[in-house]
Design a protein around this ligand. Structure first.
Ligand SMILES: Nc1ncnc2c1ncn2[C@@H]1O[C@H](COP(=O)(O)OP(=O)(O)OP(=O)(O)O)[C@@H](O)[C@H]1O
Ligand SMILES: [Mg+2]
Length: 246
């Protein structure tokens, strides 16, 4: 890794993304930087472009304009950078009818190191088991995905990201319609990862624990505000700020 110690982990400069030529841009002129050791909340309305920003950082979507750097590399050209990102997609993007157990799903986080057909080394098996225990699902490890609740699936996706030992977590609505216990387990783990110097970016409409959030980036096609939760949310998203409009 040729990354200088002080370089931001993620940089977007004047990024515009359009899904098709005739449609309006999904995001336009988006610029921000995020550092390792930060927790950033990407807030904004439905269709505001939160998932598009996450997919652009992952290199899944190529901007028509602007520059994207993740850990010093262009994610649309450098597949290796994906391994350093723990991506947690929206649960609706998960195929819960895939013939996988929770254990299989979590173990996929170790697979980039080994092909899917290899038996995982003992050390990796231990890491997978530990991570499943951390999210409180040891007794569900051999359940099929279709047998798990939304909160359990959300925790399983977090466990899969954890075993990857990434530098950056990109989470797309990890708290969407889950139970309070799952939410607090997930938040505690994300805070732990932040304290370990990881960058945590959470796209979310609504979440309860804002204490650990360092910065909110509020996006509705363009970035409308950046600041501390108490500065940005009462003005732009009062329900997330606890219902008070100040
Ligand atoms: N695959 C796609 N093809 C075409 N248009 C898309 C695609 N994905 C998103 N869009 C459009 O891009 C815009 C931004 O969508 P995006 O999903 O990034 O917003 P979001 O903030 O994540 O919304 P939500 O809160 O509903 O998840 C919307 O107008 C959406 O319709
Ligand atoms: Mg989205």
């Amino acid at each position: 890794m040729t990354l200088g110690a002080k370089a931001p982990a993620c940089i977007m400069e004047n990024v515009t993304v359009r899904y098709s030529q005739n449609s309006p841009p999904a995001i336009e002129g988006v610029s921000f930087k995020a550092e390792l050791g930060e927790m950033v909340l990407l807030a904004g309305p439905n269709g505001g472009g939160k998932s598009t920003i996450i997919k652009t950082l992952l290199g899944l979507v190529k901007p028509e304009k602007g520059r994207v750097l993740v850990l010093g590399r262009d994610p649309s050209k450098d597949n290796d950078v994906r391994r350093l990102i723990g991506y947690v997609p929206q649960i609706s993007e998960l195929n819960i009818y895939a013939p996988l157990t929770l254990w299989d799903l979590v173990s996929l986080g170790r697979r980039p190191r080994f092909g899917a057909l290899f038996r995982l080394p003992e050390e990796d098996v231990r890491i997978v088991n530990e991570s499943i225990e951390l999210v409180g699902l040891s007794d569900k490890a051999h359940k099929k995905l279709s047998e798990l609740s939304g909160g359990m699936l959300a925790r399983a996706l977090i466990a899969r990201a954890l075993v990857q030992e990434p530098q950056i977590y990109l989470l797309d609505e990890p708290f969407e319609s889950i139970d309070a216990q799952s939410e607090s387990i997930i938040m505690d783990l994300l805070v732990r990862e932040k304290k370990r110097g990881k960058l945590v970016i959470i796209a979310e409409h609504h979440m309860n624990g804002l204490d650990a959030v360092d910065r909110v980036i509020y996006v509705n096609r363009r970035i409308l505000a950046v600041g501390k939760p108490e500065e940005v949310l009462p003005r732009l998203n009062p329900s997330m700020a606890g219902g008070s409009s100040g």
